[in-house]
Design a protein around this ligand. Structure first.
Ligand code: FES
Length: 338
């Protein structure tokens, strides 16, 4: 039986390989032309030591010098010995370059371009094969007929034939201008990826998602994935924007709220002149119960001041979440994800 194993490198590059239950991960990686650092290949030196973030596996045979008992207990593995027994995510402690990972380039056809609001557009790409990625990750998408590329998080879940993205319409943005003026269904676009360490970890406690503007995209991907892989913990999303015109995908969120067993969300608008029922920042609308006295995994995606503000707010409130994952993006210079 084959399992999907996501190898996540230090520089944020991720490759998803197929691994047979009986073969060591390093062999499956080698078949995929990924040279994980190895020396003895015998569980003796520790050169291939990595950290398995999620999934189940057997450790195989090794000596304590290569992998200490406390390391094994905290998720460290030897990729020359481990056999996976489910899909896994493994962090490899070197860059993708060091493992000779070639940049994977893909092609997709524009299927749909939608004007969601005066400030936001969404589009989807159809690819020949469904693309594997971790919910929350992003790709670098080339602007056709130019050298420019922009980073955008998927708003769709992995393994779908159609990839969706949500973008802010930046007045002088290269991708925004292309989407506004030239793009039409059928256009071919190329992209590399998937990238990024902002992705949904195994849900083992309540989850709090905080989105700013089009930082909603990775959460749509995570929530859609969770809808197909239900968890036993509450999921809350606070989605903040500058003006009411920036609020998008509310019907998708309502559908998720109706379908996901313990999911709820609130929206808020920073513009104090708005007639939206909740004004201010996302932190103004969190309930103490959303923080579970710190027993919560927090995910934040938005502009840098928002991410920094939330971190400061949490420390001021005396809340130390079990995990704090974040992604900062600039919608002008670098595109969506950073
Ligand atoms: Fe030596 Fe894996 S390569 S322990």
């Amino acid at each position: 039986m084959k399992h999907n194993v996501a190898l996540q490198f230090e520089d944020g590059v991720t490759r998803i390989i197929q691994c047979d239950a009986h073969e060591p991960v390093c062999d499956a990686a080698y078949r995929a032309r990924i040279n994980i650092p190895l020396d003895c290949r015998d569980g003796a030196c520790g050169t291939c030591k990595s950290h398995c973030e999620s999934g189940t596996y057997t450790l195989g045979a090794y000596i304590e010098d290569a992998l200490a008992g406390d390391e094994a207990a905290s998720g460290y593995v030897l990729t020359c010995q481990m056999r996976v027994t489910s899909d896994c995510v493994i962090r490899i402690p070197v860059t993708s370059d060091a493992c000779k990972v070639e940049v994977a380039e893909y092609e997709g056809r524009l299927a749909q371009i939608v004007r969601d609001s005066p400030t936001t557009m969404s589009f989807s790409l159809e690819t020949a094969q469904p693309l594997s990625f971790l919910p929350g990750q992003y790709v670098n998408l080339k602007v056709p007929a130019s050298e420019a590329a922009r980073s955008y998080s998927f708003s769709s879940a992995p393994e779908r034939a159609k990839l969706s993205f949500l973008i802010r319409d930046v007045p002088n943005g290269a991708m925004s201008a292309f989407m506004r003026q030239q793009a039409k269904p059928g256009d071919v676009m190329t992209f590399t990826g998937p990238y990024g360490s902002f992705y949904l970890r195994p849900v083992v406690r309540p989850v709090l998602m905080l989105a700013g503007g089009t930082g909603l995209a990775p959460f749509l991907s995570m929530l859609t994935w969770l809808n197909a892989h239900p968890c036993a913990h509450p999921i809350r999303l606070a989605y903040g924007v500058n003006t009411v015109a920036d609020l998008v995908e509310l019907s998708a969120l309502d559908t998720l709220k109706a379908e996901l067993p313990d999911f709820d969300y609130v929206t808020c608008v920073a513009d104090r002149d708005s007639d939206h029922p909740r004004l201010g920042y996302v932190t103004d609308h969190l309930q103490p119960t959303d923080l579970h006295d710190g027993n919560v995994d927090v995910y934040v995606c938005g502009p840098p001041p928002m991410v920094d503000g939330i971190r400061q707010w949490m420390s001021g409130a005396g809340v130390i979440p079990a995990n704090f994952h974040f992604e900062k993006f600039s919608s002008t210079a670098q595109g969506q994800a950073a």
